[in-house]
Design a binder for this molecule. Structure first.
Ligand code: T5A
Ligand code: NA
Length: 210
């Protein structure tokens, strides 16, 4: 399938508090200021039918088997795949705060099999770049106490980070490891430089699948 002008799919990943939301917003503003049509999204998307179940799980108001919530997170992404494809092919660049890799990292950190965790993500649209905001988890404690949500505990975050590191090595062709300890401005400068360059390269390139 040949495509004309299409948008880029940029994803932010990392542990809780690493600065994804801050950097997603800055990158979106930057690209818009360059005249590039840009849309921001985040996963989990808590508004949809699966999103409401996920939200009550994360806020500890309902319990589900690990396998079930894993598949819910994945289904939540599948719910938005047609929209994502449509936007990209219409020339809109998407900036997505968390994606399949969070799905894999948070469930594998519980001890479930890595390949099993990846399986339901296969077939989703592959990002053009993943910006991995990396830092030792205890550095993030200085950003205020973790909140009340289910996964916001240091020991668990350290396990999550190990899985992210593994994925980063495995997917090194399009993962960009960024030192999350730098200032907000330094991180933004680094990411916007990479994104601007890649943005010019995606034209005419087909969408790939995970
Ligand atoms: N999850 C998610 C799964 O288990 N499976 C899945 O498939 C998916 C998609 C919800 C949870 O769901 C899990 C992972 C999560 O535990 P969420 O709704 O995306 O995920 O919520 P979070 O991503 O956890 O939001 P965070 O609280 O982690 O924050 P961000 O977006 O990483 O960080 P941000 O930008 O809000 O910054 C946090 C704080 O640090 C400061 C900011 O001002 C803010 O106070 N800050 C910095 N301070 C110093 N230096 C910097 N460079 C800074 N950058 C930001
Ligand atoms: Na959080």
């Amino acid at each position: 399938m040949s495509v004309g002008k299409r948008g880029a799919l940029f994803v932010f990943e990392g542990c809780d508090r690493c600065g994804k939301t801050t950097q997603s917003r800055l990158l979106a503003e930057f690209l818009k200021s360059k005249g590039i049509p840009t849309l921001s999204m985040n996963f989990p998307e808590r508004e949809s039918s699966t999103g409401q179940v996920i939200n009550s799980y994360l806020t500890n108001s309902n319990d589900l088997p690990d396998e079930v919530i894993h598949l819910m997170f994945s289904a939540n992404r599948w719910e938005y795949m047609n929209k994502i494809r449509k936007e990209l092919l219409a020339g809109t660049t998407l900036i997505v705060d968390r994606y399949s890799y969070s799905g894999v990292a948070y469930t594998a950190a519980k001890g479930l099999d890595f390949d099993w965790c990846y399986a339901p993500e296969r077939g989703l649209i592959k990002p053009d770049a993943v910006f991995y905001l990396k830092t030792a988890s205890d550095n993030l404690l200085s950003r205020g106490k973790y909140g009340e949500e289910r996964y916001e505990k240091l020991e668990f975050q350290q396990k999550v980070a190990e899985v992210f590191n593994r994925i980063c090595e495995q997917e090194s062709s399009y993962w960009h490891q960024i030192d999350a300890n730098q200032s907000v401005a330094e991180i933004h400068t680094q990411i916007s430089g990479i994104a601007e360059k890649l943005q010019q390269q995606v034209d005419g390139q087909p969408l790939n699948k995970l």
